[in-house]
Each structure stands twice: as structure tokens, then as C-alpha cells.
Design a protein around this ligand. Sequence first.
Ligand code: ATP
Length: 267
Amino acid sequence: PSALREVLLEVPNVRWDDIGGLEDVKQELREAVEWPLKYPEAFMGLGITPPKGILLYGPPGTGKTLLAKAVANESEANFIAIKGPEVLSKWVGESEKNIREIFRKARQAAPTVIFIDEIDAIAPRRGTDVNRVTDRLINQLLTEMDGIQENSGVVVIAATNRPDIIDPALLRPGRFDRLILVPAPDEKARLEIFKVHTRKVPLAEDVNLEELAKRTEGYTGADIEAVVREAAMLAMRRALQEGIIRPGMKADEIRRKVKVTMKDFEE
Ligand code: ATP
């Protein structure tokens, strides 16, 4: 029960617009999660069974958590987030009970999106792990997934960087049977991500986001967010040093007087 206090229902504030690129993934999530949660009758009426579980896979920092939050928010659903490794370390002995509790809470608060990050930690291929806890956890998770009623307003989204090590039992029909790749961003997507993260940043005239997108091959969304933050910090250090920012100055004035330059980004 002590660990359960951390199973918090939240209503995330991430919107589709806060995610750069990934247009195909967004559309797939709209249809697989948002539509069933918003229009359950349409699925019943048309005889379509929506997925109960969706597995987002791809390299770290590419926006999987962001996507899960956005789809919950845009579906006007509640959101329960848990992390595989936390479940294991904190809930040893209580683990199955806690999985049950999460699903009970989700049903009660439906429509709800349950997000299980780093699911590979609780669901590695059985037999490859000496830890019996994980076996019992997967069984409990499978039981709960099998028990989700059609159109009951509960959807599970899991995320992993290692789809190859996941127990295949989890991927059977009626479980996580929708696999969606969340790839590293290409140049066009990197530009969109730069746009998202510089929305509130005062940019100097010389800042060329297209150029930055071109020059950040291999960067993930998380990397780009860090680049923008560091560039803004450089501008702030300079402005403080030069005495441009003074105590008590308002954000609007600072925005007018301090600009983040292309050189800040390059650095
Ligand atoms: P991990 O596998 O490490 O959990 P993840 O794929 O879940 O990573 P997120 O946690 O969603 O990645 O992303 C980390 C941060 O990187 C986000 O908070 C966001 O600021 C930024 N980010 C990642 N991808 C994008 C994107 N496509 N658009 C905008 N921001 C992004």
C-alpha cells in the first residue's frame, strides 16, 4: 500500500502540437486509442474491436512517453504511468497485488490510459531470467489484459527500447498486439522538434532552424531539447555577465533584450 500512493492518476497537459514529427505515429494512436475512448459506440456500431494494448518501441528519447501523455490528454482520458524497473524494485512481494490495483483504479477512472514505460524490465522472455518475480508479474499483467472488457475505456500503452527481449506471450492477439515504431527523427522531424522547443525562446535574427536540423543528424528529440536549453543558458550567462538582466526585471523585458544566437546553438 505504501508504494501505491505513487500510482497517481494524472491528466497530462501534452498536446499533439508539442510533439515534433511522428505524424504517422500520431495518426495511428488517434485511431487506435483516441477514437475508441471517445467514440466507443462507433466501434460497437461498426463491429470493430479496438486494440487493448499498444507497444511503442524505438530508441530512447524519441518521444514515446510524450506520445502516451498526448493521446491520453487529447482523448480526455486519465493517465496512470508506471515504470517497469520501479515496479520491480519497490514492489517485490506486493507486485501482483499492485498490478491488480492499477487496473482496478484504471477501470474506476475510465476512460484511462495506463502507460508502462520500460516494460522489458518486468516482461523479459520467461526462462531467461532467474527472477521469479518477473514471471508472476507477467502472468498478472496478462490476466489483467485478458480481463479488459471490450470498449471498457481502459487502454494499455507500453514502451520499450528493446522489443527483441520482450516475452512473446505479451504480443499475442488481445494483448499488446499493436506494435508501433517510434523512430529517431529525420531532418524534417528534427526541424519540427526545434520549432516546438524554441516556441518560447527569443531567437536572434541569425538563427536558422533548418540549418540546425540539417546539422543534428543522429540527435533524438531529447537531445534537441537539451541543445535548445543549453543555447538559452549560454545567452543567459552572457546577459548576466553584461548586466543586461537585472533583479526584478520582468520576463517580457528580458525577452526583448536578450536573444539566443546561432552561435549559442553552435556552441
Ligand atoms: P525513453 O525511452 O528514454 O523513456 P522516450 O522515448 O519515452 O524516452 P520521452 O520521454 O518522450 O522519450 O522524451 C524525452 C524528452 O525529449 C521529452 O520530454 C521532450 O522534451 C523531448 N522529445 C523527445 N521526442 C520529441 C519530439 N518528437 N518532439 C518534441 N520533443 C521531444
